[in-house]
Design a protein around this ligand. Structure first.
Ligand SMILES: Nc1ncnc2c1ncn2[C@@H]1O[C@H](COP(=O)(O)OP(=O)(O)OP(=O)(O)O)[C@@H](O)[C@H]1O
Length: 252
């Protein structure tokens, strides 16, 4: 793996072992994420995508294997208070549902992480203003989330996730609640943030129309990376569909 990788996932295994069941959710998963790279993790239901995100974000502990960030093994991130600290310092989250606070305005929602980290009022104003501009939300700053479209609400959620400049954005089906055109708009916004902020991102999806926006697609099946596609900026869905189809046929 490249020394300059932002994130290295090394030989991760995750077994859920309970009363009368044992599931190998991840089996020897390794990959690296470069600075400023947008990687899509694509796979069918149950292939281990959420388990992977949960481990990278320290919400779940791997059975074995390591997570490295900026070349450093993150060996204590699965216990508190380190877990919370690691997440707050390093990771922004965007989910399928927007999780905005409806009693607060757009700008107040985006400002929350800055308030939590104790920024000055002047800094907060400046940073939120810049983010609103970047996301095309300046005219909506005083609105409540309920007065916005789904796409606008997701843009607010992206702003809130990135306002503290976390090295890594984890997006779990970020367009799952949006129609086709709005999904495209949100994916364009993510690609724009990737380029203008050099933001590294991992985006989980089961949808080839979403994966096509990534620089690289990792194909998950049955807890393993079974294939990879490097797009080099081309938005060509055919190779992604073809790999996905082959993967499904091999497993049938
Ligand atoms: N807490 C848990 N306890 C037991 N088994 C689990 C647990 N979480 C996940 N699993 C199992 O691990 C496997 C991978 O699940 P995971 O949720 O990571 O898949 P996924 O690819 O995210 O699926 P989906 O697209 O449906 O969300 C599945 O077989 C699932 O049933």
């Amino acid at each position: 793996m490249n020394q300059k990788s932002l994130l290295s996932v090394r030989n991760i295994h995750k077994t859920y072992d309970g009363d009368g069941f044992k599931v190998d959710a991840l089996k020897d998963v390794s990959f690296a994420l470069e600075e400023g790279e947008l990687v899509a993790v694509m796979g069918t239901s149950g292939s281990g995508k959420s388990t992977l995100l949960n481990i990278i974000s320290s919400l779940d502990k791997p059975t074995s294997g390591t997570i490295e960030l900026k070349g450093k093994v993150m060996d204590n991130i699965f216990v508190e208070p380190h877990a919370t600290h690691y997440r707050r310092e390093n990771i922004g989250f965007v989910f399928q549902s927007f999780h905005l606070l409806n009693d607060l305005s757009v700008e107040e929602n985006i400002a929350i992480p800055l308030i939590l980290q104790g920024d000055s009022e002047a800094d907060i104003q400046q940073k939120v203003q810049n983010m609103l501009q970047l996301l095309g939300l300046a005219n909506w700053r005083k609105k409540r989330p309920t007065q916005l479209s789904g796409g606008q609400q997701q843009r607010v959620a992206i702003g809130r996730a990135l306002i503290t400049k976390p090295p890594l954005l984890l997006a779990d089906e970020p367009t799952g609640n949006l129609d086709y055109n709005t999904s495209k708009e949100i994916l364009e916004a993510l690609v724009e943030m990737r380029s203008s902020l050099k933001q590294s991102m991992i985006m989980v999806t089961h949808d080839p129309n979403v994966a096509v926006y990534a620089d690289r697609v990792l194909f998950f099946h049955d807890g393993q990376i079974v294939d990879q596609y490097v797009s080099r900026g081309k938005r060509d869905i055919d190779p992604i569909l073809s790999i996905f189809k082959n993967m499904m046929e091999r497993s049938a």
